[in-house]
Design a protein around this ligand. Structure first.
Ligand SMILES: [Zn+2]
Length: 130
């Protein structure tokens, strides 16, 4: 899966940022729904679901009433990639968005740290929209 996923991702990296965001987020959301939706019933299930489905090692870093910070280590999209000056993991953002929507409701996920920016993990900020 890893090689194929990365080949698709690389072919999308040359597309405009907005288009890439929409396509990859949707793909990540659909992936969650088809692979993990029936399994994830609480936040505790999310790291296991992410690991099982090959996304990476999910760590919930911070939680508050309307925000959450989640890290992914060894992310399927960008692990060990050289820095390219941009985040790369909209697929994972879509996966997290679908999971958080199922568990807590409408939200927006933005990747703020990534191998693509020179970090050795991905970090996502989740804002709940209620
Ligand atoms: Zn990333």
């Amino acid at each position: 899966m890893l090689t194929m996923h990365r080949t698709h991702l690389r072919s999308l990296l040359s597309e405009p940022r907005g288009l890439r965001l929409i396509l990859l987020k949707r793909a990540g959301r659909n992936f969650f729904k088809s692979i993990s939706d029936s399994y994830v019933k609480s936040l505790d299930d999310l790291p296991i679901a992410a690991l099982r489905s090959g996304i990476g090692i999910v760590d919930i870093v911070r939680e508050s009433l309307n925000r959450m910070v989640v890290r992914i280590y060894e992310c399927v999209s960008c692990f060990a990639s050289p820095p390219i000056g941009t985040t790369m993991c909209d697929f994972e953002a879509g996966f997290l968005e679908a999971a958080m929507e199922k568990l807590f409701g409408r939200n927006r996920v933005v990747e703020t740290r990534c191998w693509g920016l020179g970090y050795s993990f991905c970090e996502f900020e989740i804002e709940f929209l209620w």
